[in-house]
Design a binder for this molecule. Structure first.
Ligand code: GDP
Length: 624
């Protein structure tokens, strides 16, 4: 099935080459594209071009595809990885006169580890052998592919010198790409940088394969790790300046506001705040088909992911060693952080060989227990689970804004929409002010909040609740998530909010000890006995006083005068009666009304002003 012209024009694909040294990869790229990768390299060195190591070709369908060329063996792995999520089709190149070689098999094994979606076996130098012999090589190549991802892939023979068979290869590439889905667009672009250099008159330029979203000129970007900011001055694709690049494109990005020596291969360019560096990777590792020495738990290894490379410690979670033909759960503890995300592929190398590879299942997880069935079950669900399970697992660490889900789950927004709706209907997920939250997480957070409240109120039995900020600090949540938890706890009738910014377990009331109760009773009786002129000292313990105020057993004017609550209420009634027959009342009149001293009258009146019961004008008060 062929796409229409517009989707052909917009879908971006990248092809990579693999195969034994001298089997004709560069010659093939030159023949296909008319672009000499060596000349590009030279031009770059002379500062003439900002593209390097990749060319592009036009297919019979009209598609233009980028080609990553791969000189040298070590570079092969890095270039394949540079295209991780970027290389859509691998051309496995085998020279007719030599047939499959050890390196052919190793590259094939690596294509497997990287899950490269499609491949074509290309037998080059067909002009060097007789047709009968060529048939034998074709059979041997098909045999070599058995058991690999390329099993059953097309085998095309050609001569890059005479051009015979090149047309058939172009048709085969087109057919393979017809079946390749367009690059995912998660609305969160990232560009793993494979090269950074400066060009006179332009300044800093980085190149890489754009993943997961589009980039536009003028956009502010961030480089990870490190988080340095820069701005996109210009974009180039296939040596043409453009204002926008779609995901999947081999891109050259001209940056302003950053120096070339602040950028290194392996960094990732992304929108500000959209990516966090990873220090720990949980990976389901597959041993390379060519692995010769088993990988042991605790080994120091090199991890390659996209264009990044770092030393790491290998922790095998379900075995002591990983041997050829096996898989293992592993946690890779990286020496330096890399900007990888869940779903990315990584490759593990020892000094001698490419040992294993696999997909990253989780990032920055806690230190996992080894040989622990529940841990392995969680990992297995993360690996094989449905999108619903991934959503619920993700939300187990807290609410997430719906707009952030595509990037976190590695799924297209349209696919996530349905999953979220189903979870909302099922009641496993609810919408909160902080975003989507799992009810399991909310219940657990309410439980933690209750534990903190009970602990605090156990130590402070006279308090009717706990200040919100104290509780939020104790359960360590951002404000929006905290609000969502309190609201959920209230809806469940487990939490209550109290005046004064307090949170309490539902139905909580303060419980003074016997001695505190005695102190309360003594103090309140003394105040009551004092009537309109209550004693002003000695005061009870501040916690006891706060409790008495909160319980409305006393009225604290805040001016050193505390009335018993019943006395205070009677005073207010008497003042109202007075003002029913007089327009105003003065301080002296108040003093006389209660046969008290000026100190008490003044504290009483000022407290009424503060309570907005009276209004003061000069020395006179009126009712509000
Ligand atoms: P690479 O190391 O895989 O990139 O191999 P190269 O492209 O550098 O080719 C290695 C050698 O094989 C060069 O001398 C090429 O000229 C030669 N070569 C490549 N393709 C063909 C072909 O189709 N026919 C013949 N006769 N020679 C070829």
């Amino acid at each position: 099935m062929k796409g229409d012209a517009s989707s052909l024009a917009s879908a971006q694909f990248v092809i990579g080459t693999a195969g034994h040294v001298d089997h004709g990869k560069s010659t093939l790229v030159r023949a296909l594209t008319g672009i000499d990768p060596d000349r590009l390299r030279e031009e770059k060195e002379r500062g003439l071009t900002i593209e390097l190591g990749f060319a592009w070709l036009s297919l019979p369908s009209g598609r233009e595809v980028g080609v990553v060329d791969v000189p040298g063996h070590e570079r092969f792995i890095k270039n394949m990885l540079a295209g991780a999520g970027g290389v859509d089709l691998a051309l496995l190149v085998i020279a007719a006169d030599e047939g499959p070689m050890p390196q052919t098999r190793e590259h094939l094994a690596i294509l497997d580890l990287l899950d490269v979606p499609a491949g074509i076996a290309v037998i080059t130098k067909s002009d060097l052998v007789e047709p009968d012999y060529l048939e034998l090589v074709e059979a041997e190549v098909a045999e070599t592919l058995v058991g690999s991802r390329l099993e059953g892939a097309p085998v095309v023979s050609l001569s890059a010198l005479s051009g015979e068979g090149l047309g058939a290869l172009l048709v085969a590439i087109d057919a393979a790409l017809d079946r390749t889905p367009p690059k995912r667009d998660l609305g969160r672009p990232r560009l793993p940088i494979d090269r950074a250099f400066s060009i006179q008159g332009f300044g800093t330029v980085v190149t890489g394969t754009l993943l997961d979203g589009a980039l536009e000129a003028g956009t502010e970007v961030e480089l990870h790790p490190g988080g340095r900011r820069a701005r996109i001055r210009g974009l180039q694709r296939h040596r043409t300046s453009v204002s926008r690049l779609e995901p999947g494109t081999r891109a050259a990005v001209n940056l302003s506001g950053i120096r070339t020596h602040d950028i290194a291969r392996g960094m990732v360019l992304a929108l500000p705040g959209s990516i966090a560096p990873a220090r720990v990777l949980d990976v389901y590792l597959q041993a390379a088909a060519t692995l010769s020495h088993p990988l042991a738990h605790g080994a120091g290894v090199t991890v390659l992911c996209a264009t990044a490379e770092t030393e790491a410690r290998l922790r095998l979670l379900d075995s002591a060693a990983l041997a050829r033909g096996h898989n293992a759960w592993a946690q890779l503890v990286l020496d330096t952080p890399i900007a990888a995300i869940r779903g990315d592929h990584c490759v593990v190398r020892t000094p001698n060989e490419t040992a294993a590879g696999g997909r990253i299942i989780a990032i920055n997880a806690k230190r996992r227990r080894r040989d622990h069935a529940p841990t392995l079950a969680v990992l297995e669900r993360l690996r094989a689970g449905s999108p619903e399970e991934h959503l619920l697992d993700l939300l187990l660490s807290g609410p997430v804004a719906p707009a952030a889900l595509p990037a976190l789950l590695g799924e297209e927004p349209a696919a996530i929409e349905g999953v979220v709706q189903a979870a909302l209907v099922a009641g496993t997920v609810v919408e909160t002010a902080a975003g989507l939250a799992s009810t399991v997480w909310l219940q657990a957070a309410v439980g933690r909040a209750r534990a903190v409240l009970e602990d605090y109120l156990g130590q402070n039995p006279l308090r009717s609740g706990v200040p919100r900020e104290h509780l939020r600090g104790a359960i360590n949540l951002p404000l929006s998530a905290f609000d969502a938890v309190v609201a959920y706890g209230r809806a469940l009738d487990q939490l209550e909010e109290r005046p004064g910014g307090l949170v309490a377990p539902a139905a909580h009331s303060p419980r003074p000890s016997a001695s505190q109760q005695a102190e309360c009773d003594r103090f309140v009786s003394a105040l009551r006995a004092g009537g309109f002129s209550p004693p002003t000292g000695p005061l009870p313990d501040p916690a006891v006083l706060a409790y008495l105020s909160e319980q409305r057993l006393v009225e604290d004017t805040g001016a050193g005068v505390i009335f018993e609550a019943g006395v205070f209420a009677a005073m207010v009634v008497r003042l109202r009666e007075h003002l029913a027959t007089h327009p105003t009342i003065s301080l002296a009149e108040t003093r006389d009304l209660f046969s008290t001293s000026r100190k008490y009258a003044q504290a009483f009146l000022e407290h009424l002003d503060a309570l907005h019961l009276t209004r003061r004008t000069g020395d006179l008060r009126t009712l509000r």
